[in-house]
Design a protein around this ligand. Structure first.
Ligand SMILES: *[C@@H]1O[C@H](CO)[C@@H](O)[C@H](O)[C@H]1NC(C)=O
Ligand SMILES: *[C@@H]1O[C@H](CO)[C@@H](O)[C@H](O)[C@H]1NC(C)=O
Ligand SMILES: *[C@@H]1O[C@H](CO)[C@@H](O)[C@H](O)[C@H]1NC(C)=O
Ligand SMILES: *[C@@H]1O[C@H](CO)[C@@H](O)[C@H](O)[C@H]1NC(C)=O
Ligand SMILES: *[C@@H]1O[C@H](CO)[C@@H](O)[C@H](O)[C@H]1NC(C)=O
Ligand SMILES: *[C@@H]1O[C@H](CO)[C@@H](O)[C@H](O)[C@H]1NC(C)=O
Length: 444
């Protein structure tokens, strides 16, 4: 029996609640948000809108030939749009390609700005163009509220030359930051939808210190061999929903770090890449907390990891109340993994006593094939073992003929339903169980 609820009678209560919820949404004519309370109410009808004005980059003199530098035009049009009181829409027309160098779009703006990218925005190929600018940024939005980015167009980071200069590609290169294609910093009430982000120099899309973000219908694409090209990076943010998107990159499909909470990831297809990661947390002895994360409806194919929590030794804080649910795996190398000994540096990391605490982590309805025999790995800290891990309905078969196995180190928790490979928890947690209540006999 698969259920979040301890008593069958709660099912009927839930059912009534769902019906009520649907009625309320129909009555109020707002888009339903499945993850948590309404993030952003998309009221398009029956709602007084200020008349909006369209600003076309071509009218401002942009060439859009992929060769001429249109950076200044984009800077000017943003400055203008941002000062208008009338909900302006900046239009980047279809079928053209606008070469834009490192650029900042500062807020807050006078009204709600929409950036409609129908054509392509392309980055300079040559990393030297960043000589005088911060190499961690390409397109950078800061302190913007009520921004919508949409339009069906493409943002192309032209990352090839950056990748070949990466120390991960050639160890004799110096290690340095490459730009994140598109960053939203200190944003609030942001919608990003129907955009393709290609071949970023490093990370593709980053939300840092943001609240209320709804991202959907994104298509993020870079070669599996491209270094550090995370798909979506969520840092120090809360109330973030990412859904209905496809991500194929050379690093984490989605990574969630720092002080992030209320994160909902839903209906994502991912691979190649490194899977969905919480962390890394605790790097450089930092204090990090990630909590209230739901990852559901994800297809992972040919990724290096499936769902993962990774922490460095020496950090502190915690990762808790995290649920991975309804996940399908195809030939994934480490389908379920908690790694508290994460070390991604040239020099080996020394053992330390402090560690980020991990507890209340649920893995529910996770099925498919594992490229390695060890399908479940819980490698937890000696000083603060993982607590209240929970496994339910897990069926992970090996791609080879051998049966899959689990590995546990300092991990405790419980399970219910069929779990294959069988769990290997050291002992059951005492007292009250997880916030997700197990229901079957073998968890009693
Ligand atoms: C950037 O710096 C490099 C070396 O420091 C130099 O060769 C190159 O010409 C510079 N590029 C630009 C666009 O200023
Ligand atoms: C790595 O970089 C060094 C110095 O830039 C260069 O000499 C060498 O040929 C590169 N190696 C490969 C495999 O590209
Ligand atoms: C996380 O929050 C703590 C406490 O509010 C703060 O001290 C720390 O700087 C934050 N870290 C990050 C990465 O935002
Ligand atoms: C499965 O994954 C392994 C390791 O990533 C890879 O070598 C192999 O080609 C993959 N198999 C298939 C059928 O894609
Ligand atoms: C760190 O701890 C692990 C496990 O207890 C041990 O195998 C390893 O040798 C230690 N490493 C160092 C550098 O002390
Ligand atoms: C299956 O397990 C056996 C015994 O542990 C091992 O010798 C063999 O290499 C495994 N086969 C594969 C395909 O990994």
């Amino acid at each position: 029996m698969r259920s979040f609820f301890p008593h069958p009678s709660n099912h009927s209560i839930l059912f009534i609640l769902i019906i009520l919820h649907i009625f309320v949404h129909l009555l109020l004519n707002i888009d339903s948000v499945d993850c948590f309370d309404p993030l952003i109410k998309l009221r398009t009808k029956g709602y007084l809108r200020k008349s909006s004005v369209e600003l076309n980059v071509d009218d401002y003199g942009a060439k859009g030939d992929g060769v001429s530098d249109d950076t200044k035009i984009f800077r000017d049009i943003w400055k203008n749009a941002c000062s208008l009181p009338s909900n302006p829409k900046i239009v980047v027309p279809t079928k053209k390609s606008y070469l834009v160098g490192p650029i900042e779009f500062p807020g807050p703006c006078k009204s709600k700005v929409t950036l409609k990218i129908s054509g392509a925005i392309v980055a300079p190929k040559d990393p030297d163009v960043w000589n005088c600018s911060d190499t961690s940024k390409w397109i950078y939005f800061s302190r913007v509220k009520h921004l919508t980015v949409e339009g069906g167009g493409t943002i192309n980071g032209m990352g090839q030359e950056w990748w070949s200069r990466s120390c991960k590609t050639n160890a004799s290169n110096p290690c340095r930051h490459a730009p994140t294609a598109i960053t939203f910093h200190k944003c609030n009430n942001l919608k990003v939808r129907k955009i393709m982000v290609l071949d970023s120099q490093q990370m593709h899309m980053s939300f840092t210190s943001c609240t209320k973000v709804a991202a959907s219908h994104l298509n993020i694409l870079a070669p599996g061999s491209s270094p550090n090209t995370d798909g979506i990076h969520i840092s120090a943010s809360s109330s973030v929903e990412v859904k209905e998107s496809t991500i194929s990159t050379g690093d984490d499909c989605i990574s969630i770090v720092s002080n992030s909470s209320k994160i909902c990831i839903k209906d994502i297809s991912c691979g190649p890449g490194h899977g969905i990661s919480i962390g890394s947390l605790g790097k450089g002895n930092s204090w990090d907390q990630v909590q209230d994360v739901t990852v559901s409806g994800v297809l992972l194919s040919n990724t290096d990891n499936g769902v993962r929590i990774k922490t460095w030794q020496g950090g502190s804080g915690y990762a808790k109340k995290i649920t991975f649910q309804n996940i399908r795996m195809e030939n994934v190398s480490n389908p379920i993994i908690i790694d508290q000994y994460y070390c991604d540096s040239k020099v080996p990391c020394s053992n330390q006593t402090l560690s980020v605490k991990i507890q209340d982590i649920s893995f529910i309805d996770i099925k498919g094939t594992s490229a390695s025999e060890e399908a479940i790995r819980f490698e937890c800290s000696d000083t603060s073992p993982c607590k209240k891990l929970y496994l339910e309905d897990i069926q992970l078969q090996s791609c080879s003929e051998n049966a899959t196995t689990s590995f546990c180190w300092q991990a405790s928790g419980s399970s219910s339903g069929q779990v294959s490979p069988p769990p290997c928890f050291a002992s059951r947690d005492n007292g009250i169980q997880n916030y997700v209540m197990p229901t079957s006999l073998n968890s009693l």
